[in-house]
Design a protein around this ligand. Sequence first.
Ligand code: MG
Length: 367
Amino acid sequence: MSFDPVQVMKGQDPVTSSPAANGESKGSWDDSKELYENMGTTTKPKSPKPENAVTIAVSSRVLFRTEKEQKVFEQKGVEEYLRYQVEHENEPFAPGPAFAFVKALESVNTRLRELYPESEELFDIVLVTYNHATVGIRLINTINHHNLFIERFCMTGGSSPIGYLKAWHTDLYLSADEEKVQEALAEGIAAATMFMPEKLTEVSETQLRVAFDGDAVLFSDESERIFKAHGLDKFFEHEREHENTLLDHGPLKGFLEALGKLQKKFYAKGHRLDCPIRTYLVTARSAASSGIRALKTLRAWGLEMDEALFLAGAPKGPMLEKIRPHIYFDDQMFHVEGAAEMGTIAAHVPYGIAQKHQHKKSNKTAK
Ligand SMILES: [Mg+2]
């Protein structure tokens, strides 16, 4: 998949171009508005209640590409930025790093609605943005242009979205802002930072694939601490000794649980082998020694992983390139960047001991 933001900005995206989106005619906004309003009453499915749904909050900067606008904001200030957004409100943003993930969530929802027409156990997507409400028009235009079903908007006008995330019962928060992600994690909300990769591998449109690192992502960083303090041999020894002691939970455990809950709904209707949600554990642990503790912990939690890859320290990039996940979570920037270089959509979970010993390939997110 390759996106040319310039083409899309000109409204000439060959795949998704539509008259309502090219920004040339005065009527395009009216068309979009009419379409959006009609969708609310006719073709658009009802949104589930937040307490029943698996709520995914995404920021506009990871759902769409907004680098150009970001530059205007940084170089010319907020007034110039708002003027720019209003002037360009009929030009849709191009897809960003979380776009394919959100599309896949929607296709899972379509399948769930077919199997369980009355159920509210679905993914629900909330667009969270620090933007002022005036930018909302461009965001709604963009959502309509790309045929996304996002009804919930949270436009905070510059203030922190963390309180809203709790109110929405958020199961996962994806943002470009590492500080906000850390704030969310500190509140016990699963969260990760996303970046725009150089290249994007094509991903499945019918099966949602989510890949997780183990330590300091699904599990706590207790074993990672042993490794950092005493090295690999001590780590293996420690893990063997504690093979039957469960690992404590990490920041993304709840999200895996939520995925598992939806997977079971497909299994119950005979769709285990062709389940539209597939999960992967991609860990640097090695199978024979330290892997068993990870698997025993997952089993004790009642969580199934469709595939588990124990790489024993080998690079994760090539494996992830084969899996082609819609998102891969890791606590170490080194792995996130290694995966992203090979085209994987990787997200950083800034949690645990690894944040103190960042081993980075670049200083893009240095702090
Ligand atoms: Mg880790």
